[in-house]
Design a binder for this molecule. Structure first.
Ligand code: GRF
Length: 219
């Protein structure tokens, strides 16, 4: 089993709570992905320390040190390749990637977005969900395409929106769901059970569900 584990890098910019969830899942030798590198574009991102404490290789590629986006990405790409990465997970990585980088990693580059895509692309998703009065909100793990917060959906988790919710309480409920759905999506992708087909992800196997409903509904 372990020989077939997909070598996976995680790109972060901040606290790295999703990264931590992925690291915890991959600590199980039966998990189909192993984390080979955690890379941050922000020096001193708290997630770097967490990753190092877990015994993982870390790197910083500070975007501010490069003349343009592509020079930054070429260096990042070299680090990923050097670490032997076969899959890349964006986990709170706050840089928009160029079509060049996305093209290099197409089908092997996934992201988590805090909404049920295609709703609420962009920022402030919890605030906007409350303002729209939606009753169900959640998060999505998807393949990265040149459009921001778009691309084939691998897995989603739904949570209820409660009348008394603030962006903070709703965000905390969604974040908990993120920590469950990202490991699921990585497992599906790394094991080859989530397959890109005609612009969609098909989940193979009757036991492989890629939708989660939060048990912490509070209703
Ligand atoms: C998460 O809400 C994720 O959905 C979004 O950025 C946030 C990152 O949080 N893309 P963390 O760094 O994983 O704690």
């Amino acid at each position: 089993m372990s020989a077939a584990r997909k070598k996976t890098a995680i790109l972060i910019s901040g606290r790295g709570s999703n990264m931590t969830a992925l690291i915890a899942a991959a600590a199980d030798p039966a998990f189909p992905a192993e984390i080979v590198l955690v890379l941050s574009n922000r020096p001193g991102a708290p997630g770097l320390e967490r990753a190092a404490a877990a015994g993982l290789a870390t790197a910083t590629v500070d975007h501010k040190a490069y003349p343009d986006r592509e020079a930054f990405e070429r260096d990042m790409d070299a680090r990923l390749t050097g670490a032997g990465a076969e899959l890349v997970c964006l986990a709170g990585f706050m840089r928009v990637l160029t079509p060049w980088f996305i093209g290099r990693w197409t089908g092997r580059l996934i992201n988590i977005h805090p909404s049920l895509m295609p709703a609420f692309r962009g920022l402030h998703t919890h605030e906007r969900a409350i303002a729209e009065g939606v009753k169900i909100h959640g998060c999505t793990v998807h393949h990265v395409v040149p459009d921001v917060d778009a691309g084939p959906i691998i897995a989603q988790a739904a949570v209820p929106v409660l009348s008394e919710d603030t962006p903070e309480t709703l965000g905390a409920r969604v974040l908990e769901a993120e920590h469950r759905v990202y490991p699921l999506a990585l497992a599906l992708t790394a094991s080859g059970r989530a397959v890109l087909e005609g612009g969609r992800v098909i989940t193979l196997g009757t036991t492989a569900s890629s939708a989660l409903i939060s048990p912490n509904s509070g209703v």
